[in-house]
Design a protein around this ligand. Structure first.
Ligand code: ADP
Length: 288
């Protein structure tokens, strides 16, 4: 996904036109951001995706971050498109169009998962076509399935959550999934419905709550001067997946994911703001 980012004084209301401070183009997409976040956290990451030729710079960024990009095709007419607005208070508003990522085929997914090992995780988002097929194919292969149910939509609602090892959502996605506005109550409902599923809910500047290995856990966000919260969730999810894949206990991995999310809020852009393991570790130690 190519992020086209406008920095605005305040997010426009419906029907309103506002003058931006600036415009910029960044590599983005939840999948790419999370792949970079996991790689910067030390995981070995392969990524499946598609772009147009104007998205080739993203593939170069991924490779520079250490992500294996051989499964990313770049021949489409148009890359995925994200129209991002970031306001002076750090709040954001985002519209995306999948474009190339909407043309990922079941055959692409089968080829990608064909060499997956049982100890590996596959981390999915809802920005691409083939989500249901990918869940079914990964389940058949016995690979641990993590789903960041973002953006929320019908494709997510049709997934059998019992097939997942871990569901990751922000508070808005959680509310849309459960029809409950209060995150603790919504988590409780999901946790009761899916007793074996690990569930992690990010709450922006309020931190996170989770039900993992049957236990309820929570953490406050680390106070930082937030200048751009785009990519916070991706930094959190990618770091958490990498650290869990490396065998770190949930509570320690969640503390570091929380630090990754906080660090991402302190820099502009999504991919450029994703911290590495060293920065995450020092932020985690400072916050204790
Ligand atoms: P998303 O980007 O998916 O909406 P969130 O906004 O919930 O995700 O943020 C993900 C995580 O990033 C939070 O759980 C928290 O750890 C961290 N985070 C987000 N915003 C801030 C902030 N303003 N200050 C500190 N940490 C933040």
């Amino acid at each position: 996904m190519v992020d086209r980012v406008l920095r605005v004084p305040a997010l426009p209301k419906p029907g309103e036109t506002v003058m931006a401070h600036s415009a910029a183009v960044h590599p983005g997409g939840k999948g790419a951001n999370q792949a970079v976040a996991a790689a910067r956290c030390g995981a070995r990451v392969r990524m499946l995706g598609r772009t147009g030729s104007e998205g080739e710079f993203i593939v170069r960024e991924l490779a520079a971050a250490g992500v294996e990009t051989a499964s990313i095709q770049t021949g489409d007419a148009m890359s995925g498109f994200a129209a991002v607005m970031v306001a002076d208070d750090g709040m954001n508003s985002i519209v995306i169009a999948s474009e190339a990522n909407g043309r990922i085929s079941d055959a692409d997914i089968d080829a990608f998962l064909g060499c997956a090992k049982r100890h590996e995780f596959v981390l999915m988002q809802n920005e691409c076509s083939g989500l249901a097929h990918a869940v079914a194919a990964a389940r058949t292969r016995g690979v641990g399935i993590w789903l960041n149910a973002a953006p929320m939509g019908d494709a997510v609602r049709q997934i059998d959550l019992g097939a997942l090892a871990c569901l990751l959502v922000n508070e808005h996605e959680l509310a849309a999934l459960t029809d409950l506005g209060e995150p603790e109550a919504a988590l409780d409902r999901l946790a009761n419905a899916w007793p074996k599923l690990d569930i992690v809910v990010t709450l922006g500047a309020a931190g996170w709550i989770a039900r993992v290995d049957g236990a309820l856990l929570s953490g406050r966000a680390i106070p930082v001067e937030a200048i751009d919260t785009v990519g916070c969730g991706d930094a959190f999810v990618g770091a958490l997946a990498a650290l869990r894949c490396a065998g770190m206990p949930w509570i320690d991995a969640l503390a570091r994911a929380n630090a990754a999310g906080a660090l991402a809020a302190t820099k502009a852009g999504a991919m450029p703001s994703i911290p590495d393991r060293c920065a995450i570790e020092s932020m985690t130690q400072r916050s204790m």
